[in-house]
Write a protein that binds this ligand. Structure first.
Ligand SMILES: *Cc1c(COP(=O)(O)O)cnc(C)c1O
Length: 467
């Protein structure tokens, strides 16, 4: 029998397995517009095929890839098609995906310059480009992490470090026991990942000073408590339901007067700053101390792409960096200093590729397009009787139809249709349907088709009521 090493080396050289994966992937691409947007019950049941014991002798790559494609591809959501409006999920730009495939073959550990010079270089390039696109202060540094959850965690840890330092306390040495109190100021509409960060970092959700939000989910500035230098203020660019933006200009001015820290969670919304028509939404955001944003949502880089941006490099690096005698620092960017991970994918590659492919005008055009499609969707749904709950300033559309029961029934119907998918939420105490336009694939026809699907759901509903 061939040794395992010999076998794998032969597989790397003859590339049959990689070609097979490519063939399956191409078949997936070709069927994306016909497949169910959410998998059918039959395809979900087939997931049972993966319930098996790990056997002693392994399995050929050929067999496992066939299995993965046959049952796995069918149990995906067709997020890369044009009619997926769930959560705020992005698509993947082909050139960016191609760059990722190449980087997958490199299989780099992106943490240190000495473990991947190319990742270090592209992180530095992306950092400069992002500062330029978002018009951020020169001192800003970027960490490239798995998503905005990790970016929020990193930034709020930096805030905690800096605020305590300003109060004469070194948290890295002394920890939290006996530390001066930090005041967390947040409004009712902060994202779940921010709430999770507050629990991970030991602040506790009960200790948050909650500020009321208005009917769009924006902080009511007049309702802010008096700020001081012990405050971390958490704001949002892009509410997950309405897409609304907080008033950064006013809140940052109040915070900066007393040396408080403002963090902006802009997972999908921060990209408004890179457009001509919507940059008014982020006015004043450069006056904050830190920002979190995703590459994998609005920018349509493939998944696993979040960025933490921080105006105070010392705070970020001190809060999350690790030390070890074996770690080799260079005069280049050592990526692990700016994020909580050590071993990590060379994820700057896809982000770099997405931005390089689109250029400034392409980024503007794509994101402005999301807003146009979202408005088309809102107008179409309003015409057939839906209530639109938000000002469609960005890419989110929040709707309902009469009462909770009807709204839930319509949501259930469109989700079952297989032709599109979106999720539900509770908005100001009532059921609502939320649609997020966040894919380069989504065009006017997809929106028209989606409005038809809603119309059909409505007529089926009236039929059941009358019969
Ligand atoms: C998606 C999202 C997050 C979490 O980001 P991940 O990339 O999923 O970790 C945080 N905040 C907002 C506003 C989001 O939309």
């Amino acid at each position: 029998m061939m040794s395992l090493k010999k076998k794998m080396k032969a597989e790397m050289q003859d590339k049959k397995i990689l070609n097979q994966a490519r063939d399956h992937a191409f078949e997936y691409i070709d069927q994306i517009e016909e497949m169910d947007v959410f998998p059918s019950d039959k395809n979900l049941k087939n997931l049972i095929q993966f319930d098996e014991e790990l056997n002693d002798n392994g399995c050929s790559g050929d067999i496992l890839l066939n299995k993965l494609h046959r049952y796995g591809s069918q149990a995906t959501v067709a997020q890369t098609g044009g009619r997926y409006f769930g959560f705020v999920n992005g698509n993947a730009i082909p050139a960016s995906l191609g760059a990722k495939w190449l980087a997958d073959i490199w299989d780099q550990v992106g943490g240190l310059y000495v473990s991947s010079p190319i990742n270090s270089k592209l992180e530095s390039v992306c950092e400069e480009w992002l500062k330029d696109l978002f018009n951020l202060p020169e001192s800003t540094v970027a960490g490239f992490v798995s998503g905005t959850s990790m970016a929020n965690l990193s930034a709020i840890a930096a805030a905690r470090f800096q605020i305590l330092k300003n109060l004469g306390w070194d948290i890295n040495k002394k920890g939290l026991n006996g530390a001066p109190k930090i005041r967390i100021i947040a409004h009712d509409q902060v994202h779940a990942s921010v709430k999770r960060t507050l629990t991970i970092l030991g602040f506790g959700t009960d200790n948050v000073e909650r500020v009321p939000a208005d009917d769009q989910g924006r902080v009511i500035v007049e309702a802010l408590p008096k700020l001081d230098k012990s405050c971390i203020v958490l704001l949002q660019a892009g509410n997950v339901n309405t897409g609304a933006f907080d008033n950064f200009d006013a809140v940052c001015d109040l915070a900066n007067e007393v040396n408080a820290w403002v963090h902006i969670d802009g997972a999908f919304g921060l990209w408004a700053a890179a457009t001509k028509s919507m940059s008014y939404l982020t006015k004043g955001m450069e006056k904050a101390s830190s920002w979190a944003v995703d590459g994998h949502k609005t920018l349509n880089a493939p998944y696993d792409s979040g960025i933490v941006l921080c105006k105070h490099p010392d705070a970020l690096v001190s809060a999350i960096h690790a030390t070890g005698d074996y770690l080799i620092h260079s005069e280049h960017k050592d990526p692990y200093l700016y994020g909580p991970e050590m071993s990590k994918r060379c994820r700057s590659v896809e982000l770099w590729a997405a931005m390089k492919y689109l250029g400034k005008n392409g980024i503007d055009e794509m994101i402005t397009g999301f807003n146009q499609r979202a408005n088309q969707l809102a107008q179409g749904l309003e015409k057939i009787g839906f209530t639109i709950h938000n000002d469609v300033v960005f890419n989110q559309v929040l709707v309902s139809y009469h009462d909770d029961e009807t709204t839930d029934a319509i949501l259930n119907n469109v989700q079952q249709s297989g032709n599109m998918w979106c999720g539900g939420t509770i908005w100001q105490g009532n059921s609502a349907i939320r649609l997020s336009v966040c894919s380069w694939m989504t065009d006017e026809n997809d929106i028209a088709e989606t409005i038809n699907i809603f119309e059909k759901a409505l007529s089926q509903l009236t039929k059941t009521v009358t019969t």
